[in-house]
Ligand binder design. Structure first.
Ligand code: NAD
Length: 410
């Protein structure tokens, strides 16, 4: 990521100070959270909040609960948020929080106490105008509800805008559930218009059938694409004539895996095979580093839409770019969630809530604006010399650099 930042600064001709500032976070907060466990013993958890850069506005980014999370990883994730928010035209800087915990081993009460403890410890350092956290891996709208409640108790009044992706009943928005997948589909549709004149009838393979993968496939199908393959952690199914997504989803909900979907002409595929199928569009929406130099030359899709974070290694990207494959980078293609978080925050600040359709239209407009800016930048920089990811980084750095310049930081 720092290499991409360096390259973007070179490509855009920004001064070296830009790198000096953006390669390190402005503030790192470490907190200790004691939790009385169900067995009567007290356990102290360590939590972080990294506030990377606020040149464009309050820090914004998720909170991760994961057993292997480290401060270094949290810093990297916070840094990416600065670029993602800038690229999408949001009035936000970047931040990210983390607690090293296996949340699956906690009871509901322990998880609530940990979530409230984290919000309490961070309360002096966050707020709707300061730093607005949201869910990430291992956290969800319920965790946000506990945190917003704890923060509001400390403030002495309700403060809806301090966390986003809250339950709909507690100042959330129904679009949030599918916003990331919707963004994946919008980016794919717009790129398909440029490549082929439209997404209609184009074949799509989706690796990962979770929140991003399922909703990405759902909206792509609605837009007229043909979903031919999907997988979850156990593997999946492929039918060159197209899958009926609603039926696949029903099988997944009933049996726990898409593998049990069985109709004539449908074959089983592994998570490696799905990447190499003869399709027009490939959506990796599960894990990182799944497209690497070992399989890049076998990929047949002309368009790769990064639903997951970091699914393509740098080596693979070079190979695919030289073959003319378009890779829509994660910080653009999977930004629907954070853009929706922004809209929820705007609603919360004014205590005025849009209906689902109006919200989705606003979301789409912001995504289209980002898509057009990235494409213009890519064309200006030269599509054969520069990747779409590099163009997206230049676009992001340009906003941050100009904000820092007029503020007098550089
Ligand atoms: N949810 C969001 O709003 C959001 C936003 C931006 C980025 N992302 C990124 O998208 C990715 C997926 O997130 P999600 O929220 O959909 O998670 P999720 O847990 O809802 O779904 C993940 C899916 O991947 C599958 N999976 C797990 N291991 C796999 C493997 N080895 N091969 C293939 N599939 C496997 C799981 O079965 C599941 O279907 C992550 O990289 C995440 O960081 C998510």
């Amino acid at each position: 990521m720092l290499q991409t930042l360096k390259r973007a600064i070179e490509l855009g001709g920004y001064p070296q100070e830009t790198y000096e500032i953006l390669s390190r976070p402005q503030r790192i907060i470490t907190v200790s959270i004691p939790v009385k466990m169900d067995n009567g013993k007290m356990q102290v958890f360590t939590g972080y909040r990294v506030q990377h850069n606020n040149a464009l506005g309050p820090y914004k980014g998720g909170i991760r609960f994961h057993p292997e999370v480290t401060l270094e990883e949290d810093i990297a994730l916070a840094t990416v948020m600065t670029f993602k928010n800038a690229l999408n035209g949001l009035p936000y800087g970047g931040g990210k929080g983390a607690i090293a915990v296996d949340y699956k081993k906690l009871s509901k009460r322990e998880l609530e106490e940990l979530s409230r403890g984290y919000a309490r410890a961070l309360a002096p350092f966050i707020g709707p105008e300061v730093d607005i956290p949201a869910p990430d891996v291992g956290t969800d709208p319920q965790v946000m509800a506990w945190m917003v409640d704890e923060y509001s108790k400390i403030a002495g009044h309700n403060v809806p805008g301090v966390f986003t992706a809250k339950p709909v009943v507690l100042w959330g928005n129904p679009v949030r559930e599918y916003s990331t997948g919707f963004g994946v589909a919008v980016w794919a549709r717009e790129a398909a218009k440029k490549l082929w004149g439209g997404i209609e009838g184009k074949t799509v393979a989706v690796q990962g059938f979770g929140n991003v993968g399922y909703w990405g496939a759902y909206w792509l199908e609605k837009m007229g694409a043909k979903i031919v393959a999907v997988t979850d952690s156990r593997g999946g199914v492929y039918n060159p004539n197209g899958l009926k997504l609603a039926e696949v989803k029903a099988v997944k909900d009933k049996t726990g895996t898409v593998m049990n979907y069985d109709t004539s002409g449908t074959k089983k595929v592994t998570n490696e095979e799905i990447l190499e199928l003869p399709v027009d569009v490939l959506v990796p929406a599960a894990l990182e580093n799944v497209i690497h130099k070992g399989n890049a030359n076998n990929i047949k899709a002309k368009l790769i839409v990064e639903g997951a974070n970091g699914p393509t290694t740098a080596d693979a990207e070079k190979i695919l770019h030289s073959r003319g494959v378009w890779i829509l980078p994660d910080l653009a293609a999977n930004a629907g969630g954070v853009v929706m978080s922004y809209l929820e925050w705007v609603e919360d600040l004014q205590w005025y809530f849009w209906d689902e359709e109006e919200t989705r239209n606003k979301l789409e407009r912001i995504l289209l604006d980002a898509f057009n800016r990235v494409m213009n930048r890519w064309n200006k920089l030269g599509t054969s010399q520069v990747t779409i990811r590099e163009a997206a980084y230049v676009e992001a750095v340009d906003r941050i650099y100009n904000a820092m310049k007029v503020r007098g930081w550089i």
